[in-house]
Design a protein around this ligand. Structure first.
Ligand SMILES: CC(=O)N[C@H]1[C@@H](OP(=O)(O)OP(=O)(O)OC[C@H]2O[C@@H](n3ccc(=O)[nH]c3=O)[C@H](O)[C@@H]2O)O[C@H](CO)[C@H](O)[C@@H]1O
Ligand SMILES: [Mn+2]
Length: 344
C-alpha cells in the first residue's frame, strides 16, 4: 500500500505525453543513466514542485508571529491544512501561473443531475482557478441538456457520453470507472492536475492555486471539528476492501471534491474502481461507496495538502465561526426526486 513512498524523494516532471518520476538535478548528476532523466531534461519549461516567483512582485510581507490561531493549519504529518488566512492569493497564484498548468475538472451529470450544470459552470467561471487553463469534462447520459455557457479564455468544456443508471450508487461508483478509462484514453494527454467534483454545488468565492498539490483532499464539513475517529462513517465491515478498524483514522474526507497531479489522481480513481470491483465480487458495497475507499486510501497514503471545509461547505448547514469563506457549497436538493432510486 505504500505506493507513494518513493515519490517524495523525487521530482515528478512531464514528458510531452506522460508524467514520469524524474531524479532531482542532484541525484541526476550522481546517477547518470537513471531511466527518465533524458525526458526530464527535454520536458520544457517547468517541473511540478517548482515554486518559482517572478522578481518584483508586490505583496504583503509574510509574518512568522501572526496568522490563524483559531484552527490548526498543519497536519501531524506536517503538510498544510488550508484555511482562509493561511496563504496569500497574490503570491500563490503568481507561482502557479508561472507554470501555467492545465487543470481538468471531472464532473458527472447523469439523469436529472444535468439541472445542476448551469449553476456549477457559471459560478465556476467566476471563481474556479481564474486566469488558469481549465477544462471541465462533463460525463452525461444526456448531451442535449448540457447548457451553453460562455467560457473565458483558455477555458473549455468537453462532453463525454456515459450510459444512464437505475441506481444512484451505480453513478457515484461508476465515476471511478469512467474517470479511469477516460484518463487512460484522453485526459492524460490534456491535463497536469485533475479534480473530481460533485455537480450539485455552487462556487461562492475564490477556489484557486492554494488547493494544488500532489494529492489534496477536503475535510467533510460534518465531521471536522469534534468527531472522535471511531465515530467517522468509515466502512466498518472487515469484508469490504474499504474497511478501517476502530482506533485508526486521521480525518473524514469528502469524495465530493478532491484533486492532485494527474497521475496521482489516476492511481487513486483506479484504486477506488478496483477495490469496489473486489467488493462487488464479494457481494458487498462500501457504506459510502467511493468515499469509503477514498478514506481508506488516504489514511495509509497521506495527502500532501488537506483543505478545510471552506472547499466544500453545504447550504444545509449554518456557517461555523472558523469558516471565514465558503468557496463552494453543496446545494439543498430533494434526494427522492432527483435520484433514479430515491434515497438519501
Ligand atoms: C458532500 C459529500 O460528501 N458528497 C458525497 C455524498 O454525496 P451526495 O449525497 O451529495 O451525493 P450526490 O447525490 O451528489 O451524488 C454524487 C454525484 O454523483 C453524480 N450523480 C449522482 C446520482 C445521479 O443520479 N446522477 C449523477 O450525476 C453527480 O455528479 C453528484 O453530484 O455521497 C456520495 C455517495 O457516497 C459521494 O461520495 C459524494 O461525493
Ligand atoms: Mn453531492
Amino acid at each position: 500500500m505504500k505506493l507513494f513512498n518513493h515519490v517524495s524523494f523525487l521530482h515528478v516532471c512531464f514528458s510531452r505525453r506522460i508524467y514520469q518520476d524524474c531524479p532531482s538535478p542532484d541525484l541526476e548528476t550522481q546517477t547518470k543513466n537513471t531511466e527518465g532523466s533524458e525526458d526530464c531534461k527535454d520536458q520544457g519549461k517547468w517541473k511540478i514542485g517548482d515554486l518559482v516567483m517572478t522578481p518584483g512582485l508586490k505583496y504583503a510581507q509574510p509574518n512568522t508571529q501572526q496568522g490563524r490561531t483559531d484552527v490548526n493549519s498543519v497536519t501531524n504529518w506536517n503538510v498544510p491544512l488550508v484555511w482562509e488566512g493561511t496563504f496569500d492569493p497574490v503570491v500563490i497564484d503568481e507561482i502557479y501561473r508561472e507554470m501555467d498548468p492545465r487543470i481538468a475538472v471531472v464532473v458527472f451529470a447523469v439523469g436529472k443531475y444535468t439541472r445542476f450544470l448551469k449553476g456549477f459552470l457559471e459560478t465556476g467561471e467566476k471563481f474556479f482557478f481564474i486566469g488558469f487553463r481549465v477544462t471541465y469534462y462533463i460525463f452525461t447520459d444526456n448531451e442535449k441538456e448540457v447548457p451553453k455557457i460562455e467560457m473565458g479564455t483558455g477555458r473549455n468544456i468537453t462532453i463525454l457520453s456515459v450510459p444512464p443508471a437505475s441506481r444512484w450508487q451505480d453513478v457515484v461508483l461508476g465515476r471511478m470507472k469512467w474517470a479511469t478509462v477516460s484518463i487512460e484514453q484522453r485526459i492524460r494527454n490534456e491535463a497536469d492536475y485533475l479534480f473530481m467534483m460533485d455537480i450539485d454545488s455552487i462556487f461562492y468565492n475564490r477556489f484557486g492555486a492554494e488547493s494544488l498539490s500532489r494529492l489534496s483532499a477536503v475535510l467533510h464539513r460534518a465531521y471536522y471539528k469534534n468527531t472522535p475517529r471511531d465515530s467517522f462513517p468509515y466502512e466498518r465491515r472487515p469484508l469490504s476492501k474499504a474497511y478501517i478498524p476502530a482506533g485508526e483514522g486521521d480525518y473524514y474526507y469528502t469524495a465530493a471534491v478532491w484533486g492532485g497531479y494527474l497521475e496521482e489522481m489516476y492511481k487513486l480513481v483506479k484504486y477506488c474502481y478496483e477495490q469496489s470491483q473486489e467488493d462487488a465480487k464479494n457481494n458487498i458495497e462500501a457504506v459510502w461507496q467511493e468515499e469509503s475507499h477514498l478514506n481508506r486510501y488516504l489514511l495509509y497514503n497521506k495527502p500532501t495538502k488537506v483543505l478545510s471545509p471552506e472547499y466544500l461547505w453545504s447550504d444545509y448547514d449554518k456557517v461555523s465561526a472558523d469558516i471565514k469563506v465558503i468557496r463552494i457549497s453543496q446545494l439543498v436538493k430533494n434526494y427522492a426526486e432527483v435520484r433514479p432510486n430515491g434515497g438519501n
